[in-house]
Design a protein. Structure first.
Length: 97
């Protein structure tokens, strides 16, 4: 696999670990942004259907920042164990056919 090849070409365990954690963080950011976009669409629909909820159905910057931070933290925490396992792969075991 990719990990065995990278390790065989000289990548350290730390570099593999960093790569996978960065990938987890990017997935977290993407998930947070997509979630906020869907939330904004939902709020538009609520405002269009129920005029009395216009003042209540809104996003503030605290909520946006919290969503992004929580999505990144959750993705990093979810990626820690698989990342740790990936960096412990022996290149020779991965490159055997």
């Amino acid at each position: 696999g990719e990990i065995g090849l990278r390790r065989a070409l000289g990548a350290s365990r730390r570099e593999v670990f960093t790569q996978f954690l960065v990938e987890s963080g990017v997935i977290g950011i993407s998930g947070g942004v997509l979630g906020l976009a869907l939330t904004a669409l939902g709020l538009l629909a609520v405002r269009a259907l129920y005029a009395e909820y216009k003042t209540v159905a809104s996003l503030d910057w605290t909520m946006v920042a919290t969503t992004i931070v929580l999505s990144i933290v959750a993705a990093l925490l979810a990626g820690l164990y698989p990342t740790w396992r990936a960096c412990r792969v022996q290149p020779a075991a991965q490159l055997k056919i």
